[in-house]
Design a protein around this ligand. Sequence first.
Ligand code: B12
Length: 265
Amino acid sequence: MTQYVELADAAEILGVHYQTAYRWIREGVLKAEKVGTRYRVHKSDLAAFRDARYSPIPPPEVTKVRDWEVLSQHFYTNLITGSASNAKDQFERLLVGGLDIVEAIEKMMAPALYEIGQEWTTGCLSVAVEHRASRICCHILETASYQRRGRPHGKVVVTTPVGDEHELPSMMATASLRFHHWLVQHLGSQVPMQDLVDFAKTDKPDFVVLSVTNPKARPSALITKELLEENGFRTIVGGMGSSVSELIQTIQSAHGEVDIDSIAQ
Ligand code: B12
């Protein structure tokens, strides 16, 4: 039995055009012998080439964080000393390492901010230092929160209710949603209720997310939700006391329900 296959057969086995296989031979990528005017490929060379070409590429290793507490403490120090670029590098290194932004927010950024909030209330930390730390976090989230490639699951508008100036948590929501393939319009804070409804009528989002941190703004959040829902916009209210991973889970399951409904119709 011959140990060789003709070029045309080799191309067919590899699932490519004859010319492609010929080019690989000319480039020396695929080993072949010339017999007269024709090429033939040894079966073992063909098998080795096919295995190398089609073997699955192992997914890149995701950074394993050994001690989140140490990392978050380091992040906290960068925030209170105003080391913006160190804090940014620290955050971005996690993302480059393949980590989900939700994890970086919940396990590193949020604990550092709780500590800052605590020290600020007890008077151990000045308002100026707290403001600088919040600004650094906002900047990190702004630059890390890019819209991901590919078809998004749907559109979301993110804002805070009137009376709530905590834009930073709403940016955590936006960054997490964008990371998880949602197309987000981030409106910041203090958008008047009717303006928000009008915006939604134009933008037609699948969901509106109201991020509430100041407990005093909770009634305004509930009124806004009612108004949005009267106008047909599904609204998710959450914030202090909940987390961005809960937000992602809620929106994904709510979206799944919509898909099932539309399939049933
Ligand atoms: C930074 C900060 C500010 C900044 C905000 C800057 C900015 N650009 O956002 C400024 C200086 C403006 C501010 C102002 C005030 N603040 Co303030 N602030 C904070 C601080 C330090 C961090 C806030 C933050 O980023 N939280 C995010 C992380 C750290 O918290 P988290 O709950 O885990 O966040 C998660 C959720 O928010 C979730 N999420 C976000 N959006 C959504 C949406 C949905 C649908 C879901 C499900 C989840 C979700 O994602 C986050 C990550 O998982 C907190 C401290 C703290 N413990 O939070 C105080 C804190 C929230 N503030 C507080 C207070 C009292 C105020 C003021 C009233 C102070 C004052 N006397 O003026 C004002 C209120 C102003 C107003 N009208 O809103 C208190 C609230 C206490 C309370 N229960 O009432 C806190 C807790 C500080 C404290 N320890 O006392 N603040």
